[in-house]
Design a protein around this ligand. Structure first.
Ligand code: MG
Length: 384
């Protein structure tokens, strides 16, 4: 096995290093590093397989070509691995974090997440997909004889919690072991931005595939796509617009990725951050886009909110998703005896509302609709 020697990267050369430690001690493997093992544990988890049945933006009913949460995850993983390689970071840790980054998402994309959060708020709780992801890998995956969960390294669990946001030790004392006073390592910092690159590109692609977005309108109103389109149009004159669009999307993904790599490298130099500790104690995240590309990112994101995520066609699906999640949540709150037997024990320790949310959050789109169809026939559930 060869180990990354870059002092800014998370090292695995010492299996006793804090970020390589597991909650339940496991002997070192002869041929695989700790983060390679974690990557494989994640890919073999049931929750990972369920990503294939979860909505990213579009449900699969309308087309076989739309991203699911699984294919989105694979796109994030390849971009993250590429960025980690270019910055000489720990590629296996970055890949493991990318593969696990959306594992805590409920069915029906953000509409499902919003609905579940609103249900929990009525019980004084919140739904947070990063914290739920941690519950999945620590608690719900039951594949080992000696312990619950996947027994992932501290480095991967820290990245699951902190890749996309910071948590206060005051509001989240249960997360205190994840170095809340420090920034995450670069391998985790890049995940949030490679996630952005993946979906900003994919949602334009799927948006056009769905017929809800038009290439001509995108060219006029999405600045980063527009400048990429102009370049590929000059390179390929007299080519059909749809091919130019795909060329422009590929160029856009490269432009965003190169900007992330170059800006992060420049930030490291500018602030003389030579080590992992330097990155961790720097007052801001080091992995960033340049100010120009960050402005383009925000502009495209706003465009997607205005023209895609909140368009009437998707709002109809979002409303239906909210009704299904809310109706099922209320059903199991009123009839906890109808929950699968494996969940009954956790009600004592976690409380009923959290257990119901855990059960719903794990479902695929198809499975929750099946549950809804079954309980809809029972008299207590209000019809929609
Ligand atoms: Mg994502």
């Amino acid at each position: 096995m060869s180990f990354n020697q870059n002092p800014r990267a998370v090292s695995e050369s010492d299996p006793g290093a804090p970020l390589c430690v597991r909650a339940f001690p496991a002997p070192a493997h002869a041929n695989r590093t700790p983060f390679q093992r974690d990557r494989e544990r994640i890919v073999q988890a049931r929750a990972f397989r369920r990503l294939a049945g979860k909505t990213q933006v579009f449900t699969s009913r309308a087309s076989d070509h739309f991203r699911s949460r699984l294919t989105h995850t694979m796109e994030v993983a390849q971009i993250a691995r590429h960025v980690a390689c270019a910055l000489d970071l720990n590629e296996d840790l970055a890949e493991a974090l990318a593969l696990v980054h959306d594992i805590g998402h409920p069915p029906f994309g953000h509409a499902g997440e919003r609905a579940l959060d609103q249900c929990l708020q009525r019980h004084g709780l919140r739904f947070d997909h990063n914290i739920h992801a941690l519950r999945i890998v620590e608690h719900f995956e039951q594949r080992y004889a000696a312990h619950r969960g996947l027994n992932l390294t501290l480095g991967v669990r820290e990245g699951i919690i902190k890749h996309s946001r910071d948590y206060s030790p005051v509001t989240h004392p249960e997360l205190a072991i994840y170095f809340l006073d420090q920034a995450p390592p670069l391998e985790a910092q890049i995940i949030d931005l490679t996630d952005e690159i993946a979906y900003l590109t994919a949602d334009l692609d799927d948006g056009v595939e769905s017929g809800l977005l038009e290439i001509a309108h995108l060219r006029q109103h999405v600045r980063v796509l527009s400048r990429c389109f102009n370049i590929v149009e000059r390179q390929h004159p007299n080519v059909d617009e749809k091919y130019l669009f795909h060329e422009a999307l590929q160029l856009m993904q490269n432009v965003l990725t190169d900007d992330l790599i170059n800006t992060t490298r420049a930030n490291l130099e500018l602030h003389a951050l030579e080590t992992l500790q330097g990155v961790r104690f720097h007052r801001q995240r080091v992995a960033t886009f340049s100010p120009e590309v960050e402005a383009e990112r925000l502009q495209e994101k706003q465009y997607l909110y205005d023209h895609l995520y909140t368009c009437p066609e998707l709002e109809l699906e979002h409303n239906k998703a909210e009704e299904v999640v809310t109706a099922l949540f209320d059903y199991w709150i009123e009839s906890p005896e109808e929950l699968p037997e494996g969940y009954h024990e956790d009600i004592q320790t976690e409380g009923l509302a959290r257990v119901v949310a855990d059960y719903i959050a794990g479902m695929t789109d198809a499975y929750i609709l099946l549950q809804y169809a079954m309980v809809k026939r029972r008299p207590r559930l209000p019809r929609v």
